[in-house]
Design a protein around this ligand. Sequence first.
Ligand SMILES: Nc1ncnc2c1ncn2[C@@H]1O[C@H](COP(=O)(O)OP(=O)(O)OP(=O)(O)O)[C@@H](O)[C@H]1O
Ligand SMILES: [Mg+2]
Length: 691
Amino acid sequence: METPTHSTVHLSDWQKSYFAITSGTCTPGQKADEYRAKILRIQYAWANSEISQVCAASLFKKYAEKYSAIIDSDNIETGLNNYAENILTLAKCQQNDSDKWQSALTTDNVFELKCVQERMRAGKNFQNSQMAPTDACVLADKGVSASAAPGLPKLSVFSSAGETELCAGSAKCASRVPDLLDHPSSSKALHSSVPPVTKTSDTLPASSASLNAQVPTGLWATPLFGNKEVTSSSSLKMSGHCRDGQNLSLSSQSAVPAWSASSGKRKAFYGLADEGSTVIPSLAPCQASVTTETSSFSGNRNRSEESSVPGFRTAKEQLWVDQQKKSQNLPQRAPVSSYGGVKKSLGAGRSRGPFGKFVPPVPKHDGNENGGAQCKPHARGATDPSLPVDERLKNIEPKMVELIMHEIMDHGPPVNWDDIAGVEFAKATIKEIVVWPMLRPDIFTGLRGPPKGILLFGPPGTGKTLIGKCIACQSGATFFSISASSLTSKWVGEGEKMVRALFAVARCQQPAVIFIDEIDSLLSQRGDGEHESSRRIKTEFLVQLDGATTSSEDRILVVGATNRPQEIDEAARRRLVKRLYIPLPEASARKQIVTRLMSKEHCSLNEEEIELIVKKSNGFSGADMTQLCREASLGPIRSLQSMDIATIMPDQVRPIAFLDFESAFRTVRPSVSSKDLELYETWNQTFGCGR
Ligand SMILES: Nc1ncnc2c1ncn2[C@@H]1O[C@H](COP(=O)(O)OP(=O)(O)OP(=O)(O)O)[C@@H](O)[C@H]1O
Ligand SMILES: [Mg+2]
């Protein structure tokens, strides 16, 4: 038999493909694929000298045009509108890097946000005053409509052949769903209130029908993408996108309140929505929408059964819609919905790239997010295109806001005041000026108002950072942990913008504590030889510190920590009003550290031995003491023969004894020199606020 040559194979492929394209049965996606394949074949044929260059060029031009016409077109029948998809792919890649990051945003704390609460209140008022008369209904199956207010557009959502029709005469439609949620059984009621949508395809189990309602102020009627491929398991889900800024704020007011009253209800609502959905009903403004969805992204393209109302969607909206669609088809990444238990700090201890790891703060649905420490809600507005943006974040780059939001240290391992040995005066002062005013702002007003800046200074390893962590846990304020070196090095040229963003976000998240470790590297003395960018950061920081100070209402506290206080710029020094010396631990504090650490171990130290250890450790910092205990705790292991290690049971390891400490003293030495100590003492006497 004759083997087909390359050219004959290509010819037959070409014919098949031509037939497929012209047969009229291809989807735009398939057509685009075919054209792409044709282009490749042309290139291949030219490379193999099967066709001339002229011929290749003309064919290439022809098919490249056809191909582009499909992928660039936003016509839902014939085009793919690939732009949005590409952007999303890019965005997705960025997000993937940050899988280890977790967001602390929870469904509960979003609703505690001041601005959300204000909007909720405003929305309620708006609803009460405006929305009584008209009605709206959601009915599935066979085009049922209800009393739409005259003159207002009617919205249709097709779940099958245009069966589910929603008449949105007023925003009551938006509130109808929430109202149902006010009752414990509401989720079920809501389910059952929507009769099963006629099933035309069984292949897509995750489909849902969702409500598409137009708010009263929005004069746009938006046909939402109904889809042929609907299963019987339809459920209601809020989703939304905006037509314009005005509608956005108004509609979010009207849509949020009724069903955001309690987290339980919200959870019921979330439960109601498709599990995989990342739609944020509470914050999706403008339109409460009932959308008939399919489990395949390609379904997005098949919006053949849209409402007869001519719809217009801006690119931004389309992106949003596509994103929502797509996200339902992707396996859900845990971090997206869990946002807690992880400490985030910019710079210090961070091994990732600055832009590498980002998870959009999406509400957590399981309700277990609030661990030990209090955690403040995160402002979403700045980064979610569909949300109202806080006025104070208007001039801040969303990227920066996003980064700063991730520097909020939510709940790391809980630290109590008792975990910090010694430094009683500093602890008492901090409680007085940080914790109590945060807890009782009503009492700490006027002259009693807390200072806006604190400086913790002292030798290395004395617990300054530990105190910062404790403030984070105990104050109940939003705690931003920023390493100064990250602002100055990673963000060359952007540093001052970051500083601005930091304070802007903190203002939105009040009460807030901004903890800046190694603050000396941020606010060192300004000199002639210094880099322009670091000078700008410094200036911006000073301005912001003053800004925070001038507004008496702002409850932002900057806590700086340094072991080089003498290097701090005098202007900055003035602004850090309370300068607290964190000295080396005294004997009692050292004892406390040893006792606390040894209490967790198998140990045979008696009181006298502990006293001896304390005496011998004069001049040790807290960190040195910790290191000493670590070293001593390895003593019993070192005394084992190497063979025993593999077989010995943990309870057979002998207790830590005084002799282990004796040998530990041989290797662990104090890390602070007496000369350094003198410097700290002098600086404390000159500028410190201790007694
Ligand atoms: N007062 C203290 N009480 C208990 N543990 C302490 C104390 N001071 C230091 N430590 C121990 O030392 C470790 C290091 O302390 P920390 O990081 O807070 O020191 P620091 O003052 O911030 O040092 P640096 O100036 O070098 O940043 C702590 O994690 C803790 O284990
Ligand atoms: Mg430190």
